[in-house]
Design a protein around this ligand. Sequence first.
Ligand SMILES: [Zn+2]
Length: 358
Amino acid sequence: MFREFGIPARIEKVSNSDRILELRAEYSNKRNCYISVYAFSNQNEGKTDYDSAVLNTLWFDFDENKDVSKTLKDIRKLYDRYCKPLGIIPRIFYTGGRGFQLNIDFPLEGLNVGKHIKRKMLRDYLLHLQSKYSLHTLDKQCINNSVSAMRRMPYTPYLDKKTLEPNGRYCIPISIDDMENLTMEEIEEMSTKKDAFNLDPYEWQPSLDASKDFLFFICDQLGITYTPTNSISYLLNEINDTEDLVLGATNHLALYRLSPRECVLNMIEKCIRKGHSGHTENNVIATELIHAGWSDDNIASTFKFIYDEDGGDYGWYTNNDEAGYQIRNLRAKGINRYSKNRLIELKICKPTCACAPR
Ligand SMILES: [Zn+2]
């Protein structure tokens, strides 16, 4: 078992905590220090096998260049809407710079999700939570990197990325109480003092409900039926039994899921930033997500995320946050997602893009 240490380039695989502390001592005042979010159990010829990541946490990285208090707003939103109702106690860190990191922990030994779907499901689940809870400052890299993500190392100073000068603040843990009650300025101030390193660790605990929510999401993606009382090991067995089907029979309808293409995700990202999208773009988004196996209501929440207003008469979502007729109509007609050629014509994709032709 090992983690990757980076400055931020990955420079060493570390398999014990003493070595991690040594590296931190060696580099923390010279470079920004990073550590892989996940530990890995396997490497091939010196290369990390990222699919061997032990999935014992969900990691969220919130980042905002101009107004860092927006990231505080987002972690509060994620806490209020997702963590609190499920009784999840997250681990929260202020990075010392432009944002926050938040961990929701699964059981320590990790969820044994098969290698054939681990990376994709983690990515899709984060994407799903991002749009469901309108997390505007959730960093796209943290979603896309999935199992290979690197995080700023707690208890290290934040250095300017160009000059490598310290800004006087450290990456520190924040209690739920402080996250809810302090202002951004107070948190920044707190991070300049090393005594902020001492946060009582007992309040952090793995969440079975978060684990189940993740597994239910995977079941939905794979067309597996389940009930809320199913155990984690039962769900994992059902999920991992799909390996042959997912890898073999690509025509099996329930399992024929296509990952959303990078260029389309970028376009969605752009629409979210603009707070607007055109009708053709909406068709591209809806068909892409239908074919990725998203439910109509989850697709609707992506549109709600873009427009950030009541459903009105647009037909993409209703005032009750359900899918509008446009989505249901595309689904009912079985419209394919847009071909690469068509995406290129629409200037959403480029010939150099690595996405699949269909
Ligand atoms: Zn493309």
